[in-house]
Design a protein around this ligand. Sequence first.
Ligand code: MN
Length: 731
Amino acid sequence: MQLENRLDSIIKKVRGYHPDPNITQLRDAYEFSRRMHEGQTRKSGEPYMTHPLEVMDIIADLRLDVASLVAGLLHDVVEDTETTVEDIRNRFGDDVAFLVDGVTKLSKFRFNTREEAQAETIRKMIVAMSRDLRVILVKLADRLHNMRTLKYMSESGQERKSQETMDIYAPLAHRLGLNWVKTELEDLAFRYLYPEAYYDIAEKVASKKRQRQSFIREVISILDDLLTEHDILAEIYGRPKNFWSIYRKMREQQIEFEQVFDILAFRIIVDERPQCYESIGLVHNLWKPIPGRFKDYIAIAKPNGYQSLHTSVIGPYQERIEIQVRTHEMHKIAEEGIAAHWLYKEGKAVPDQDDEKFAWLHQLMEEHQDHEDPVEFLESVKIDLFHDEVYVFTPQGDVLSFPSGATCVDFAYAIHTEIGHQCSGAKVNGKMVPLKYQLQNGDIVEIETHKNQRPNKDWLSFVKTGRARTKIRKAVRQEQRERSRELGRELLDKQLQYHDTNIRAWEKSGDLDKAASKSRFGTVEELLGAIGYGKTQPEDVVANIYPPKKKKEDDEPKKKDKPGTIGKLWNKLVDRKDTGVVVDGIEDVMVSYAKCCNPVPGDDIIGFVTRGRGLSVHTRDCNSVSHLERERQIPVRWANDTEVPDSARRPVSVRVYCTDKPGLLANISQSFSNSGVNISEAQCVTTDDRRAVNTFEVLVHNRDQLKRAMKDIENIKGVYKVERTSSGTSQ
Ligand code: MN
């Protein structure tokens, strides 16, 4: 019965501001909630239903729409009873279901932080997650009632809730311009966080209560006379400031209670904006203003839309008092904040888009200025609050913000560079996800690392943050350099074998240092890297130390270490930009062309990952491919750009069978050069039957060019056959 009476009085309050509330739905929601919470009690021993009712009452104080009031009544049924969001949707519609679902989700998070920046991030996250400001307003109403009844909670619960209120919810109320909610939350939290300071201030404010009240009456009557004399109709209020702001002032300025003078604040509320300035002029004329305390928040509103003139003056008994002057409209906004901006239209709560004062909200909604239809406007507001950022948790509960689309790898690098480098897997909300998973608001992200893991070039294709990108690039380049130094070392060592020495001996004797300083690369590291990249050749490096002697023909090196093989290998190790070969997902790979098939651009090719010599490229039909380990074969393709620089032309052997006829060789050479093919070497062998076999070592840009040249040569009279051979001139 008591509960029903309470409901009736709240409905009366709703009728006071809402033109046409759906009372049937409100009563239905009440009945539903009461039945669901039947038998549950609050910690105070009262029936649980008192809580949803009081939350509804606060929502009515915020002057919200029917959906919000219904959501207030139902906000705990999903969390605390068998009811599902679907049940609510079926009975009360999408709007209510959305609000209840949002409040339920917000209630699941525990925020424990005192750090300023972190708290701001969480506040943003709450706004983003809510996707509809009404969710936050219902949540604030819930929190306010819980704070009002906090004395029934355990001590640890009191402290946690109070800290959270101070860090997150009071500032959130402030950002939304809900002044009375903010100050009440602050004072309630203050009481539990710093009980001694709280009761000390409360006592001191109360001790002079009678004296203070007569003082307040006196000031009000003086101000009233003054303004009436000048034909300004005004409402004037006076009250002590809230305890938390007194305490904060004491703490910030390191002063005692007695030194906080402007404990009393007066408010003058007038009809018109010019009267604000007129009134403050009259006040300053009467009482001496304190320099530096006059603030014009009318000309320049606070970001949350707050407008007023503030001043502090020396009052009638030499006591400092604070005076705020504002219009009724400004007052409404100051007290109700965002709630003052809802219009009631077809039962929907819609922010008043003509109102320029709500700077903070307007900033959020900037992109939707062109919506004519307020319903459509609200819809887009729901989705796009902070749409370009996502907020996620570490397992420890810290919140990090990322640009939307950021992945687990971005997260790993945000935690620590090494965690980024070594991240091998990720769990989101306890489930394994791919590293490229895109983070969603509210995700709890856990990164798994492995000491052998290295940054992967593929990551560059999906990371979103500059930090991750830079770190990955740097690490990949670093590894590339290390690998090329190793390779350079190996190649140089092999070369040194022909001089009966090796790299270690060179290191010991100082020859390596000498070779480095004689080269254009300066240091040993740079020199080895340059050899590995094919920028210089080991023979030249060695020649700097051991000037070339006359070749001894019989001093043929052992077959397995034939210098020509090595020489040709590193000759062909060149930077990617020169190779024209693209390996998907990999940049800067060291590429060499297999000597067995000598592929040229245009050939169908396949890559083979060698041990320590980068990537070897074969034609797909090359005989040796079938002998290569399958798991080391990777798909490669020629770069699309047809403009291959001259330095990247590929050597190919072409054998021409023809009659041994004077002038024919000249014709063949002419055909090559007509097609732009350079001959680097030619070998002619004549046979007894007046035939000739000419083998040309030529440099070509691509397969088409080679084909063209070969076709031309085929058409020369006296040529029997033209073929591309895979092995070089030596045969
Ligand atoms: Mn609740």
